[in-house]
Design a protein. Structure first.
Length: 287
């Protein structure tokens, strides 16, 4: 009996050695750490031969504060630059940049986003990622006030815009698994984006580790999207996928991209939508 134990132990050791290494993928933020991130949303829509496009890009300065008893850290996020452009068939194209001189001829509801520059909101991060966004509606109300169009009477404009911007942040800051993972292993996430054909849709994300090499994890995202009953009749196909590059040393992503495509038909006219979410995150250079 004892003679059989050594071969069995050797076999167990060999199997263990062949199992892929597991690594923790968890957001690890330390008080005082500073980062800069660029959050983007590029959208395009085609109806027949008519094409429209919009690009919204926020540059945020992030500073990590105290962590609470729940393990979530308050991160002060300050808008440093905002760029917003629209091109369409209506000849009302524009390109706005908070670092450039503002054109007062553009309607307030379009340029109000520029006045988020210098405003600060709070992002609460736990090990699994972004848990809560606070102060966004207040920042938008302050932006409206700064352009002479106070948004202080219901129904307000700031709240729905804040909800939309929060959804963009939640998609752009990818979640993390509950426990260490190895290549081929994955975990589920749920997403929401109430815009255009995706309004009311159920969006499930299966994140799967593709590779672990050179201090980085490459994570693939495969989306399963169920349109709302109201939107479904005009939709032929919805697909979504993405990729995250996770920096193992920093214990956070350095880049993330998610793309959702919608193909449909309205009154015999072919329709196509694309929603592209992007994130770039890096430490702020120390002076």
């Amino acid at each position: 009996m004892g003679g059989m134990r050594l071969p069995l132990l050797a076999l167990a050791a060999l199997i263990a050695a062949q199992e892929p290494a597991k690594v923790p993928l968890a957001w690890t933020l330390k008080k005082g750490d500073k980062f800069r991130c660029e959050v983007g949303l590029a959208q395009s829509g085609t109806m027949g031969t008519v094409v429209s496009k919009s690009v919204l890009t926020f540059t945020l300065g992030l500073e990590v504060g105290e962590a609470g008893k729940d393990g979530q850290a308050d991160v002060k996020a300050t808008y440093e630059r905002i760029r917003f452009s629209i091109s369409s068939h209506s000849n009302k194209d524009f390109a706005l940049d908070s670092d450039q001189k503002e054109d007062p001829a553009i309607e307030p509801d379009k340029r109000v986003v520029l006045h988020l520059k210098g405003k600060t909101i709070t992002l609460k991060f736990g090990p699994k990622g972004l848990a809560q966004v606070m102060g966004l509606a207040d920042a938008l109300r302050a932006a409206y006030k700064s352009i002479g169009a106070p948004d202080d009477k219901p129904p307000g404009k700031s709240e729905p815009i804040a909800i939309s911007f929060e959804q963009v942040l939640r998609i752009n800051f990818p979640g993390a698994p509950d426990s260490p993972v190895s290549p081929g292993e994955g975990w589920p996430e749920s997403l929401t984006f109430d815009r255009m054909s995706l309004s009311g849709a159920t969006i499930k994300d299966l994140a799967t580790v593709k590779t672990l090499e050179k201090g980085r994890a490459t994570i693939n995202h495969k989306l399963t999207i169920e349109p709302s009953p109201e939107r479904k009749p005009g939709i032929v196909e919805v697909t979504g996928e993405g990729t995250t590059l996770w920096n193992l040393e920093r214990a956070m992503p350095e880049s993330h991209e998610m793309v959702i495509k919608v193909r449909g038909k309205d009154i015999d006219q072919p329709r196509f939508e694309e929603h592209r979410f992007t994130l770039k995150l890096e430490p702020r250079e120390k002076k």
